[in-house]
Every structure is written in structure tokens, then in C-alpha cells.
Ligand binder design. Structure first.
Ligand code: DGY
Length: 316
């Protein structure tokens, strides 16, 4: 049976698939595959391995007559029309859990970078401006006793809160359901979204993108943020109305923002790049060797499991 991969992955994926006697091919260029190329190259595939940047819509699914599984190399799967795939008896899988720690680590790194003005400091030294210690050079905010607001207390949100707690922060969260164990273990308190935005010093977004979470943070509620607030997003750009957030950053209505994801990814709003109180990263939440290898293994396990047993290991 044939497996098509839309971009080269860590080699463990192909090795594992081939060891299970599958006929594997992948897109041979180091760039995102186009829709036309995907349809042409994957037309006789029994399994498709996709990236979060591949938009798998009805047209693509209709052109995959033999496909039994679409295994997404990501925990988020908003790039796939899962309802339509299901209607065609295609199993869709993702890669949960194994990228939780790497993404939570990055969230804290972004937060520290923003609160302690690390990029400004680095740029300053490289520009040859450092001429000795100064009492008020690049003052930022420390973590202890700050309120950390988690928007979306799933696996990654909770793991980020554990780190924030270790830094001495008080944890509040906004989530549809109550997370009792999380509350007990981290002394976390569930609050409304508005309450969280009004009272948090640091806010970290960890919601998946769905029609309900699109622009959940918008013109009205972003105005509630405190003047010293730092907001970071390692989830999906579209959860936050980027233009409204930029307005607040431009007029220093909040302290800073850290972005690993963007509303129109991979395009980046030029205004963001002009702002000093903004940190911009290229969607590297899961970019650790450990996570990416584990994701490659899991994506292959999912394909093998569906092709052999008609059931994914981590179906969505
Ligand atoms: C995901 O997996 O959804 C992340 O955004 C990228 O690894």
C-alpha cells in the first residue's frame, strides 16, 4: 500500500513505514507543496501524511479515492476538513502529548524574553552600545507573585501553567470545562474570559482553532488588558484579532506581546515587525529534536494502525 508524505520528515517516519512494508514517497522539494502537486502526487495513495500548512479541503479529499487515513504531523488539525474526511470514511489523526513539553517550554521562553527585554538587550550589545552597568538600563518585569492567565487549559496550557507556578506565579484559567485536578495541583482558579483579561499580568493562549475560537480575543475584550500585560500565543494566530492587538501595542496600551503563530501565516503583518514591544518567532513551538522525532514516529504508527487495523492510535 502507498503512503504519500507532503514534505520530508525526520527519517524515522519513512524507516518505520518501510519496515512495515509500505511503499513510501514524499514531496522532493524543501517547500510547501501546492494543491495541484498534492493532488497529482497523492492520487493513488492509501495514506496521506500532512503538515499543518497543507490545507486539506473537499477538493483534495475528492481527489484521493483510495485514501483511508490522513495523518497530520501536528497536534492542531484545523487545516483538515475533518467532517468531510469522515463522510468519506477517512480516519484523521494528529500527534498529541509528545509536543506538549516543547511547546510549554517555548511559551515560557517567549514570556521571559518579553518581560526581561532580552532581544532589546542582545541588539544593544551587538550594536556596540554597552558601555557599562546602569541602574535603569532595560528594566522589565519579574515573574514572582504575578498573575498568569491561561486561555485554554488543555495539555499544553496546563504544562505551561506548571512552569509558571514554579516561577512563583498565581494561576488563573479560562476553559469551557472545569479542570479539577489541575486546580488542585496548581492551585489554579477558573475565571471568565473577561476576568482573566482584566486581572492577568501575563496571558498565554493555548486554544485550538475552531469556528468558536476564531477571534475569541477581539476589539472589545482586548481593551480589558492591563497596561503592564504581556500576551503570548503559541497556539493558532486566528484565535486573536491581530490588527486589534497591534493597535494596543502601537499605543503602548499593553506592555508587550510574543507571537509564535500568526493570523495569516506564513504572511506576517508588516506592522508587527516595526514594533519593539513584540517578539516574533517562526512557529517553532514543537521544534525540538525530541518532539519532532516522536511526532514522526507517531504519524507513522497512525498510518500503520489504520491500514492494518482500520483504527488510528490517536484519531481526532
Ligand atoms: C501543532 O502541532 O499544532 C503545532 O502548532 C506545531 O507543531
Amino acid at each position: 500500500m502507498k503512503v504519500y508524505i507532503t514534505r520530508k520528515l525526520p527519517e524515522i517516519a519513512e524507516k518505520h513505514l518501510k519496515a512495515n512494508k509500505l511503499d513510501v514517497s514524499s514531496f522532493k522539494y524543501d517547500r510547501a507543496i501546492s494543491k495541484k502537486e498534492l493532488i497529482k502526487n497523492a492520487k493513488d495513495a492509501d495514506a496521506l501524511i500532512t503538515l499543518l500548512s497543507d490545507k486539506i479541503d473537499k477538493e483534495i479529499i475528492d481527489n484521493l479515492p483510495k485514501c483511508k487515513v490522513i495523518a497530520n504531523y501536528a497536534v492542531g488539525y484545523n487545516n483538515i476538513d475533518t467532517v468531510y474526511a469522515k463522510s468519506k470514511n477517512i480516519v484523521v489523526t494528529n500527534t498529541p502529548d509528545i509536543l506538549t513539553d516543547s511547546t510549554a517550554d517555548l511559551a515560557m521562553a517567549i514570556l521571559l524574553t518579553c518581560s526581561r527585554r532580552i532581544i532589546e538587550g542582545e541588539t544593544y550589545v551587538r550594536a556596540g552600545k554597552f558601555d557599562g552597568w546602569k541602574p535603569n538600563l532595560l528594566l522589565g518585569y519579574e515573574f514572582r507573585n504575578k498573575t498568569f492567565g491561561i486561555i485554554g487549559a488543555g495539555r499544553i496550557g496546563q504544562a505551561t501553567a506548571v512552569r509558571a507556578k514554579a516561577f512563583g506565579m498565581k494561576i488563573i484559567y479560562y476553559n469551557r470545562s472545569q479542570k479539577e485536578n489541575f486546580e488542585k495541583e496548581q492551585n489554579a482558579k477558573k475565571v471568565s474570559l473577561n476576568q482573566l483579561l482584566k486581572t492577568s499580568d501575563f496571558i498565554s493562549v493555548h486554544l485550538p482553532l475552531t469556528p468558536q475560537t476564531f477571534h475569541l480575543l477581539n476589539k472589545e475584550n482586548l481593551k480589558l488588558l492591563k497596561k503592564n500585560a504581556i500576551i503570548i500565543n503559541t497556539a493558532r494566530g486566528e484565535v486573536v484579532d491581530e490588527n486589534e492587538l497591534i493597535k494596543l501595542l502601537k499605543t503602548n496600551k499593553i506592555y508587550a506581546a510574543g507571537f509564535d503563530v500568526y493570523e495569516n501565516e506564513p504572511a506576517i503583518n508588516k506592522e508587527l515587525l516595526k514594533l519593539k514591544n513584540v517578539l516574533v518567532l517562526p512557529h517553532i513551538g514543537s521544534a525540538t529534536i525530541e518532539a519532532r522525532n516522536a511526532m514522526a514516529k507517531l504519524v507513522a504508527d497512525n498510518v500503520i494502525s489504520v491500514l492494518k487495523h482500520k483504527k488510528g492510535v490517536t484519531p481526532v
